[in-house]
Design a binder for this molecule. Structure first.
Ligand code: CP
Ligand code: NVA
Length: 309
């Protein structure tokens, strides 16, 4: 049994194994319908419990499809409907109950501490479906999408992030170390990645390149990533933060600083950090990016259940 909580804690060779499996499985599903089960039904009879303390469209649906296509099923919970969320039951007791009924647990929460506590008490695999410091299933899937479109290892590409230093960027930074790719970050000075994150990169003998000028960050990029300036439950002065990011809006002019083959990716949901001309333009692959989450999460589930070939 393995957890999938932070990319930084998972060996590179395991992450690569997951991507190789996802590529094979995606190819084999070409002629199958949405709910048809993969040959061999590798997770037959298994139940993934998913719990969302914050909104989700893609993570919820893609995990539902992922476990279904492997022969298992899912139960989706909202914590405020449980004794846990009502404040009457401890994490340790809830974790024991989840481990009794279910085979795997996916959690989206506003608290990294809660993720750690669940990990402590669960006896089934735990998957982080987004926490304040990490969105690992999203970013591993994004690495898959980049390699699928560019048809080369991500280590040979120049990746750029324009936007807030949030959970998605933290996971992208972890991925840049695990997969050895060059990562430029374009953000206002006061929204740079936290010292803890920068120190982790340094301690791993890697470098990330931070620019407070979006054009310099985008220069020569093969891929530009972005995410909402205001994350779910971001407790900031929203108007002020959006104003701080005004110069960082992704439009055609900014894209023209990158290579002319540069693609645009965004995990969704989007805010006003990107213009329609880019988001809906020819170089945008955001829908393929969203779909790939199903394929990669299937291989993540197999990894967690000890069934990765
Ligand atoms: N990208 C992503 O995680 O989307 P949801 O918030 O809709 O799950
Ligand atoms: N950074 C965003 C990602 C949403 C998928 C958030 O945490 O809300």
């Amino acid at each position: 049994m393995k957890h999938f909580i932070n990319l930084k804690d998972i060996p590179s060779k395991d992450l690569r194994k997951i991507l190789i499996d996802a590529k094979k499985r995606k190819k084999l599903r070409k002629n199958l319908n949405t709910l048809e089960i993969d040959k061999g039904s590798p997770l037959k009879g298994k139940m993934l419990v998913q719990m969302f303390e914050k909104a989700s469209s893609r993570t919820r649906i893609s995990f539902y499809l992922a476990i279904k296509q492997l022969g298992g099923g899912t139960l989706t919970l909202r914590s405020n409907e449980l004794h846990l969320g009502q404040g009457g039951e401890s994490i340790s007791d809830t974790a024991k109950i989840l481990s009794t009924y279910g085979d795997g647990f996916m959690l989206r929460t506003d608290s990294d501490k809660k993720v750690e506590n669940f990990k402590k008490y669960l006896t089934i695999p735990l998957i982080n479906g987004l926490s304040p410091s990490s969105h690992p299933t999203q970013v591993l899937s994004d690495v898959f999408t980049v390699e699928e479109i560019k048809k080369k290892p991500i280590s040979k590409l120049k990746i750029c992030w324009i936007g807030d230093s949030n959970n998605v960027l933290d996971s992208l930074i972890a991925a840049s170390v695990k997969f050895s790719f060059k990562l430029n970050i374009g953000c206002p000075k006061r929204f740079e990645p936290k010292k803890k994150v920068k120190d982790w990169v340094k301690n791993n003998n890697k470098k990330i390149y931070i620019y407070n000028d979006p054009k310099r960050a985008a220069k020569g990029a093969d891929v530009i990533f972005s995410d909402k300036v205001i994350s779910l439950n971001d407790k900031v002065d929203k108007k002020k933060k959006i104003k701080n990011f005004k110069r960082f809006k992704i439009n055609k002019k900014l894209m023209s600083c990158a290579k002319n083959t540069c693609i645009f990716l965004h995990c969704l949901p989007r805010g006003n950090e990107v213009e329609d001309e880019v988001f809906l333009g020819n170089n945008s692959h955001v829908w393929q990016q969203a779909l790939n989450r199903v394929h990669v999460q299937k291989s993540i589930l197999l990894y967690c259940f000890g069934k990765l070939r």
